[in-house]
Write a protein that binds this ligand. Sequence first.
Ligand code: ADP
Length: 553
Amino acid sequence: MEQVKLTYDKLQDEVTELRIQLEEANEPIHAIRTGQIDALVVNGENGHQIYALKTTDQTYRVFIEKMNEGAVTLNREGIILYSNSRFSTMIGVPLEKVVGAEFNKFISPDFKEKASTLIANGWEEDCKEEITLVSADGRTVPCLLSCNALELDEGVALSLILTDLTIQKETEKQLQVKNEELEAAHLATEKLNDELEDTVKERTSELLISREHFRLLANNIPQMTWTSLPNGESNFYNQQWYDYTGLDLLNEKAFTFKDIVHPDDQALTTEKYEAALRSGEVFEVENRYRKGADGSYRWHLNRAIPLRDEAGNIILWVGTATDIEEQKQQLQKKDEFIGIASHELKTPLTSLKGYLQLLVSYKRDILPPPVKTYIDKANQVANKLQRLVNDLLDVSKIQAGRLEYKLERLDISDLLAGCVENARHIYPDFRFDSEIQAGLFASGNAERLEQVVMNLINNAVKYSLDNKHVIIKTEQRPGYLRVLVADFGIGMTKKEIERIFERFYRVEDKKFMASGLGMGLYISTEIINAHNGKIGVESEPGKGSTFYFDLPV
Ligand code: ADP
């Protein structure tokens, strides 16, 4: 027990002794750090050495202590004479273990040689280089190491300033990554740009080719062509157009259809053009264009079709104007010929019919039956011929604008009943159903309206096959009355319907050929128009047709 007490006391004394020594050691360190003393005693190989700074400015030492960089002073042997606390923090070693230690100890193995060379060089001249420290816990700390030789009283010492580059390095690394990313993005953009440029070049050349193609085509067809925007504003005319009209788009910016279309054709042209713009359907009109060279007019057939985008919106109207003056003149000559010929035919035909009439009435009773039959047949043929000649005369009168007749108040119910009666007489093997309301009155010309009704009935008979059934009926509607003639015959397609009211138009059906000249519906349309009415048809191929006309009441 006594022994233990002795050992304990001894140990206690040793601890006290060590604490005093530590305090003694700490004192100068603290004194240096706070600038209270200017010299230091270091226990080296050649015994104790005293190091003192030539300038003993306390302010500088405090400054060094507080600064962000590590500051270290070395002797020739590479022993650390002084270190600020920042350096000790950088390497994670307590300050008391740093002072007196070999500086090389804190350099990372890869940089030991570089640091030694730098330090050796530092004694001769100021220099700096990047090196890496290694901390107590094995962390590497990249630093910029600057060396400056300092003159001390006892000789020269080497001052080292170590700037921690960890953050810079990190930033540099991030910057590099970003730079690399940027470079990659740049390359990708460049590639894209190149591709885009190629595509643009390709498209431009395609566009050029297609534009040149269009221009070449447009300028080398005999027709005048033009294009216009969906609002109707023209944006292109071909050379023929300028040559013909004598107008110059550059010098005469504001011109319209009115400047070149014959005054009598302007209303129809405008009406049809506006209707086409509204409906988006094909524009077609015949009109006369003024020739710039001599001011004369020539007939043209105008057609324009809309060009649509993928969504079906109209992006452009493409129009042509074809010179049809020659055809018009031919047609006029033909009309004149028809007019003269039918007129010339009319007189002998009338006398022929008169003589036939005389033959029938003259001693009819004594005529042998075959002769009677021949006379009846001749009469029928003469009637047919007369109808044809009358139609031809009507057409030429319509063309000349001379189909004139008086309108009076008519009992339409009566008129229709007469027509049905007549039809039953002419076509005994047909069934005619009439649903005619009584007491229908309208203003009209009896002879001409009869002509229309009989034409519709004749057609119904002519274009029926096995179903020999025709219905004639009337409907009263607000402001007008409608007369309908329905059959169950061959019917028509929509395309055919569009044209049957034109002059001399006939549906060319190879399976079904009926005689006719395509004048009946044309004449009927003219007659109904002159009555301020309207003519139309509803039909389906193979099912039959229902023709109708409306008369205002
Ligand atoms: P045409 O009968 O002398 O040929 P139209 O002017 O009367 O002349 O008729 C024109 C065309 O319309 C006819 O050729 C025929 O193709 C068609 N058409 C007229 N009526 C009918 C009908 N009821 N059914 C079918 N097609 C008809």
